[in-house]
Design a protein around this ligand. Structure first.
Ligand code: ADP
Length: 446
């Protein structure tokens, strides 16, 4: 720093000296001032010109102008800045290159969108799976290329966190799992992966279950019929009666399992049917159900309390919702000891979702079992479940039904304190009746 000021001051002193000498020799002081000052200014303009040429020429190191003093310092600073910019640019270019290479070999389609949903970039797989070509479609709106309304609704929803399965826009027989990930300032990346094989395997499994259950049903009905005839036959030797009765009970258990498997297959094959949904008077339905169960399986063994919001109804498939309530309540009776108390609660939660809870103060369930309870044939205590006539499919069916209604099942339990099973239905299925004061319905107010 000091160095360049020194040489700048030296230069000015030189100009001053030239002025004095020329002035003393010629006595023409104006000429003596203008001449050295003009040379100094001209020289500086020339340095500016060289600097400008050098900048324009890409600041090559070997062509850097050396004007000394302030000019050299300026050149050095500019050169240093240029080198560091070049380095940064190169590392950014390497990064983009790396990113492009990774996404290019990525087995899934990847499309990068800007903050207004226009395509910025797409890998080659995007052309194969979605028909989106980077060169042709850059700058186009994604939603103008993928036109399926439900897919567009998914893409437009910023809160989506799960995958969305949909047919490929290029091939009806191909199923893709879409996912969007937001990043930066409103940008996002859409990925799509081919799940056709997974979907068709799942379909095969479902068909196999449905067909096998269906095929088993008819012979089982015939066997049960013959067993009933045998049991009632007067010629049957009394030692043979117990095995026949036991065979009948096993046949009936099998029939229950087959019925449950058929129910599950039906639920899996169909989607929640808005058309068959009605406004269910939950208070009336739950009161009837609790009355029935209190008189039958819970007679003199359990006390069942109700905490019902009388103004809250549910828009759902009545038979299915009744099935949820009765299965949860029957489970609470089956798996808690005599003397236990069960609460059936129907109310809105903080998020205004309609919740049907069955709460018991039985033995509870160990935490490690909770995530598995809705798996098919999962039982905490298989022997006990069979003794109680359980098929191990009840909660799997309940979960399916709740999900068909757009809701989910929550299970919590503390060993030694009891369990809570809650069917949570979405806000749009909760119907809140208007409270009408008695005076206004009577018509006459005195
Ligand atoms: P199951 O036909 O065996 O009753 P579910 O699918 O209905 O089948 O229930 C799965 C398992 O969850 C049951 O076998 C039981 O061990 C456990 N379970 C369900 N409800 C309760 C409850 N209220 N308290 C304790 N355990 C329960």
């Amino acid at each position: 720093m000091k160095h360049f000021w020194r040489s700048e001051i030296d230069r000015l002193l030189l100009v001053f000296l030239a002025i004095i000498i020329i002035g003393l020799l010629t006595k023409l002081w104006i000429v003596a001032i203008l001449l050295p000052a003009g040379v100094y200014i001209g020289w500086n303009i020339y340095q500016q010109f060289r600097l400008n040429q050098w900048i324009k020429g890409g600041m090559q190191t070997d062509q850097a102008p050396d004007g000394g003093g302030l000019w050299s310092t300026l050149v050095t600073h500019l050169h240093r800045r240029e080198v560091s910019d070049r380095k940064r640019e190169q590392s950014l270019r390497d990064l983009v290159e790396q990113y492009n290479t990774i996404l290019a070999v990525f087995p899934d389609a990847a499309v990068v969108l800007n903050n207004v949903g226009e395509i910025d970039w797409a890998n080659e797989r995007a052309a194969e799976l979605l028909g989106i070509k980077r060169d042709l479609d850059s700058g186009s709106k994604l939603t103008s290329l993928l036109r399926a309304p439900d897919l567009i609704a998914y893409l437009n929803d910023p809160d989506q966190i799960t995958e969305f399965k949909h047919q490929s826009p290029l091939d009806d027989k191909q199923t893709l799992a879409f996912r969007t990930i937001g990043f930066g300032d409103g940008q996002s990346m859409l990925t799509a992966r081919d799940v056709s094989e997974e979907v068709s395997m799942n379909e095969m499994r479902k068909n196999f279950m449905a067909n096998a259950s269906h095929e088993l049903r008819t012979p089982l009905t015939v066997i049960s019929g013959y067993l009933e005839i045998l049991e009632a036959a007067p010629e049957l030797d009394s030692p043979l009666l117990p095995p026949v009765v036991s065979a009948m009970s096993q046949a009936s258990r099998m029939a229950h399992i087959i019925d449950d498997l058929l129910t599950l297959s039906r639920l899996e094959k169909t989607t929640a049917d808005e058309d068959s949904s009605v406004v269910i008077d939950m208070q009336a339905m739950l009161e009837n159900m609790v009355k029935d169960i209190s008189r039958t399986i819970a007679d003199n063994t359990h006390s069942i309390d109700m905490e019902i919001d009388p103004l809250l109804d549910l828009f759902g498939v009545e038979l299915e919702v009744t099935g949820i309530a009765s299965n949860l309540l029957k489970n609470a009776v089956k798996y808690t000891p005599a003397g236990s108390t069960i609460i059936v609660r129907w109310s809105l939660n903080e998020q205004q979702q309609a919740c049907l809870s069955v709460i018991d103060n039985g033995d509870g369930i160990a935490q490690e079992h909770l995530p598995h309870l809705t798996e098919r044939f999962y039982r905490v205590d298989p022997g006990r479940s069979r003794d109680k006539g359980g098929t191990g499919l009840g909660l799997a069916i309940i979960k399916h039904i709740i999900e068909r209604h757009g809701g989910h099942l929550e299970i919590s339990s503390i060993e030694g304190e009891g369990s809570t099973f809650t069917a949570v239905f979405p806000q749009n299925r909760a119907i809140i009746e208007q409270f009408v004061p008695l005076e206004s319905t009577s018509g006459t107010v005195n």
